[in-house]
Design a protein around this ligand. Structure first.
Ligand code: TMP
Length: 214
């Protein structure tokens, strides 16, 4: 692969989507010769749209999901990831681009690693095992770390909140992300998302330039 894949991860409200836009515009200024692709999961494709509708609907009705519904959700996220990989990520990398993805497979491990508790053994590892034969690991993953309570406070004003934005749930997701980062210190760069947006973007850019200018 000629390009570099950089993923942005973190709990809801960690500010990574805002940071992604900042980072993309700063990178475009700093590396004008490089093609830059800013992308995201869930994608804007068919499966991604189904997922967004499902997440919004589940939030509105506030019912407990069954094991089968959690499995359905997992495989929708995986299908969306597979499509994202084949349609966007791999061709862009092949063309030499820097690909910045706002969420990627680690989100599935961290989030569905919580929803599948009690349904499959060691869900984070179980999900990672399903991915490993066909997934492309990122060159770097920027993990936006923020205390779940502060993240929830940041989201209070948001319209149309999705179902995963609850404190206990976010704490467990945060835990999964931190564990994953501790297990792969070469790939993960942890960024303190509590700083102001300018500093967050600066730290992220530093990590990216370190990788792209090697
Ligand atoms: P977003 O808020 O970053 O657009 O993501 C939408 C929600 O989907 C967010 O709560 C995280 C969740 N999610 C998963 O549960 N699993 C996944 O694999 C992905 C990509 C997102």
């Amino acid at each position: 692969m000629k390009g570099q894949l950089i993923t942005l991860e973190g709990i809801d409200g960690s500010g990574k989507s805002t940071a992604a836009r900042h980072i993309a515009s700063k990178l475009a200024e700093t590396l004008p010769e490089r093609k830059l692709v800013l992308t995201a999961e869930p994608t804007a494709g068919k499966v991604g749209q189904i997922l967004r509708e499902e997440l919004a609907r589940a939030n509105n009705i506030e019912t407990e999901s069954s094991a089968a519904q959690h499995m359905q959700e997992l495989f929708l996220f995986m299908a969306d990831h597979a499509q994202h990989l084949t349609k966007t990520v791999l061709p862009s990398l092949e063309a030499g681009a820097i690909v910045l993805s706002d969420r990627y497979a680690d989100s599935t491990a961290a989030y569905q690693g919580v929803t599948l508790r009690g349904i499959v053994p060691d869900p984070v590892q179980w999900i990672q095992n399903i991915y490993s034969p066909w997934n492309l690991p990122p060159d770097k993953t920027l993990l936006f770390v923020l205390d779940p309570r502060s993240a929830l406070e940041r989201m209070q004003s948001r319209q149309g909140r999705e179902k995963f934005e609850r404190l206990e749930f976010l704490r467990s997701v945060d835990d999964n992300f931190r564990r994953m980062a501790a297990l792969e210190p070469q790939r993960f760069v942890q960024i303190d998302a509590g700083q102001d947006a300018e500093n967050v973007a600066e730290e992220a850019i530093k990590a990216i330039l370190h990788l792209t200018c090697k």
